[in-house]
Design a protein around this ligand. Structure first.
Ligand code: NAP
Length: 515
């Protein structure tokens, strides 16, 4: 059924042009569009909608007073260049036909059903704000956190300001997963604090990092170095941390070589020579995986030749072919270690290499376990949701009631991580937004959206509804007052900004100064 919808959609896509569309422009009632979520997916979508529907009104709603989602709360503080996109999003928010409603929560301040009654089109772009779980014993122990929580903590997300992240009682942390988020978290734990102090990292985080006793971080992957989920740029960055001792076991590379890669990697001087690796399918298919593997080889070679550790040196150890089996507490309620099952790889070229447990176990001592195994989206009331995949079922951004029936929910769309799952960089959302916006254009052309309906009150209706319940929403102008305050606070400390981390403080600043 979903296939039939897809075929019809493809046909329409051929017929649709890329010119700005004029639906809803001639009459007094313009097309009213609401985008829920002000991260990259939301802003790219709003920008494209404003281009495609020249006089449509686009309102962006976010549950926080502050906009920009993952760019503000997800991107690491030592990656300021990635945050430059905020300038582009600010231009979008300041454009004539765009309005921002911050501090408005779906299901609390307004339901999805009520929103759909106010807007011709609702696009859900609220991302993935929860975590996948491992489903192993010990996940609820104190000292176990998700990487998302830690990222939100150091980035000053109001939900995680008070995260009980104890960096003093232990010198060893285990991070589960080897994606870029895992690398971000490891880098923040291991980088010299002086280098972080001049970033926009939150005050409470820098204070805790100053006092941190963490000296050793294990980055644990259930597969091998060839399959690691991180990218070469991010891996190179962490390997290059000043004064950091990096450990990669030659044995892990050898296992890969003998059993899974059929390759040979030798470092002679500064030059890396590859033998049979060239015939390995996985690396042949992906330059990125090959580069990551080469970096691990280099790291292994230099860790083999480096002098023994001085106890004060910070150390990062990559552990491969180990799957988490149990988080240990030795009779207390706090983590004391982790039990890992050794794995081997199984699979073919088409299905990819899967980690399979061998029944052999080992334990690592640690006082902190950070799960970096992927984010998870959450449903809201009255929204079709695929709980297995953790996404809203959709055909090219059109929300469908379920993958079986494939009936389209008129006027309801999805974009970003909520649409495709928690993968991809900020730029991936450009392509994703393009697809969803083109679906909206096609549906207006096909008459699937009732553009003539004059009952859609749009932003005016939303404002009235929020005011009626005394909800304190924040406009973009008001956000810019908070923004200015953060810049000023940062300037005093020699930082780009000091984030306001308490929602009520943000609102107070915005409203007091406006009055
Ligand atoms: P990710 O790239 O999907 O990595 C998830 C990691 O968790 C993988 O190593 C995966 O191993 C492991 N994992 C999943 N389930 C597991 C389980 N049950 N047991 C053990 N390990 C498990 O996710 P992410 O790191 O959260 O990143 C999300 C997206 O944001 C990615 O596309 C990433 O590139 C992007 N991002 C980019 C940057 C940047 O560009 N600087 C920074 C941060 C995030 P398997 O591979 O074996 O499944």
């Amino acid at each position: 059924m979903a296939g039939r919808v897809l075929a019809a959609v493809r046909l329409l896509r051929h017929q649709s042009s890329r010119r700005a569309f004029s639906v809803g422009e001639s009459g007094a009632n313009p097309l009213q569009i609401c985008v829920v979520g002000s991260g990259p997916a939301g802003f790219y979508t709003a920008e494209k909608l404003l281009k495609r529907f020249r006089q449509a009104k686009v309102d962006i709603v976010d549950r926080l007073p502050s906009p920009f989602g993952l760019v503000r709360s997800g991107v690491a503080p030592d990656h300021p260049e990635t945050k430059v996109v905020i300038n582009q999003f600010t231009r979008v928010a300041n454009s004539e036909n765009c309005s921002y409603f911050g501090n408005v929560k779906l299901d609390e301040d307004i339901t999805l059903t009520a929103l759909r009654a106010l807007y011709h089109v609702v696009v859900l772009a609220y991302g993935a704000e929860s975590d996948r779980s491992l489903g192993i014993p010990g996940e609820g122990l104190s000292g176990v956190h998700s990487a998302r929580e830690v990222v939100w903590w150091y980035n000053g997300h109001p939900d995680c300001v008070n995260l009980p992240l104890d960096l003093k009682s232990t010198d060893t942390a285990v991070i589960l997963g080897q994606g870029n988020v895992a690398l971000d978290v490891a880098r923040i734990l291991l980088r010299p604090v002086s280098e972080l102090a001049t970033t926009d990292i939150s005050e409470h985080a820098i204070a805790a990092l100053h006092e941190s006793n963490i000296r050793k971080v294990y980055l644990v992957g259930r597969r091998g170095p060839v399959q690691a989920a991180c990218t070469a740029k991010e891996l190179r960055e962490i390997l290059g941390i000043q004064g950091l001792e990096v450990k990669v076991q030659q044995a892990d590379l050898a296992t890969t070589k003998l059993d899974h890669v059929s390759g040979l990697c030798v470092l002679l001087g500064d030059t890396l020579f590859f033998g049979r690796i060239a015939v390995n399918d996985e690396m042949k298919k992906s330059r990125s995986h090959k580069r990551v593997y080469e970096l691990f080889c280099k790291a292994a070679a230099s860790s083999a030749t480096s002098s023994p550790l001085v106890s004060s040196v910070r150390q990062l150890q990559f552990v491969f072919y180990r799957s988490p089996a149990e988080i240990l507490a030795a009779g207390s309620s706090t983590v004391t270690g982790i039990r890992l099952e050794k794995t081997t790889l199984s699979g073919d070229e088409r299905s990819g290499q899967r980690a399979v447990g061998t029944g052999e176990f080992e334990e690592l001592e640690c006082g902190l376990v950070l799960k970096s195994i992927g984010y998870k989206s959450l449903p809201v009331r009255d929204l079709p949701f695929d709980h297995r995949k953790g996404v809203v079922p959709n055909v090219q951004g059109r929300v469908i009631t379920s993958t079986e029936s494939a009936a389209i929910e008129p006027g309801l769309y999805v974009v970003g991580w909520l649409k495709r799952g928690p993968t991809g960089i900020i730029g991936t959302n450009l392509i994703c937004a393009d697809e969803t916006v083109e679906s909206i254009v096609e549906d207006t052309q096909r008459g699937l959206i009732d553009v003539q309906s004059t009952s859609m009150m749009g932003g005016l209706g939303l404002k009235g509804l929020l005011e009626a319940q005394s909800a304190q929403f924040v406009s973009f102008k008001e956000w810019q007052i908070i923004d200015q305050k953060e810049l000023e606070l940062g300037q005093v400390k020699g930082k780009p900004r000091e984030k306001i981390v308490v929602i009520q403080d943000m609102i107070k600043i915005a409203k007091d100064l406006v009055l």
